[in-house]
Design a protein around this ligand. Sequence first.
Ligand code: ZN
Length: 165
Amino acid sequence: MEQRTAHGSAVGYGDWSLVPPGSEDFALYGGVGVVGRARDWATEGQYLLYDGPAQGCVHGLYRMDTCGFAACKTVGLDHTQIWVHHDARSAFLLTHPYAEEIPDRLRVYAEMHGLDVTTDCTDSWYDPATLPIRLTIPPGWPLWPIERDAAVLLHVSPISWATEP
Ligand SMILES: [Zn+2]
């Protein structure tokens, strides 16, 4: 199913977008196999890929214009994206470091930002040698900037999803 990317310019600020897996804009680091598996996974979960400033660390969840924090580069994040739920009700950072368990420093980083940190084999589409780790905005929190911005954008530029027969 073809889906259209929602561009942040539709709501008047910033160079960012939410990219559904059915969009021709859907792209991330990795070969054809990686992109294909990510696409299937994002379709199944109805996740939108955040393409914008600070997209490789927690500061994208804060919708900062850039990230200049050294900690984000040394904490063990690797092959990282930000994903937003189809209804903008939650978002998470998914990172795929070469590790066998969640590194302590990454757990501390998540906790300092109030994020839940989990690993689940169903997120393992990047490389079997990596561990998929989610840093998720917990339910019940006030809106985070990325949820707020996504809600506004998806109101103006709705993204349709195929429904199961
Ligand atoms: Zn950062």
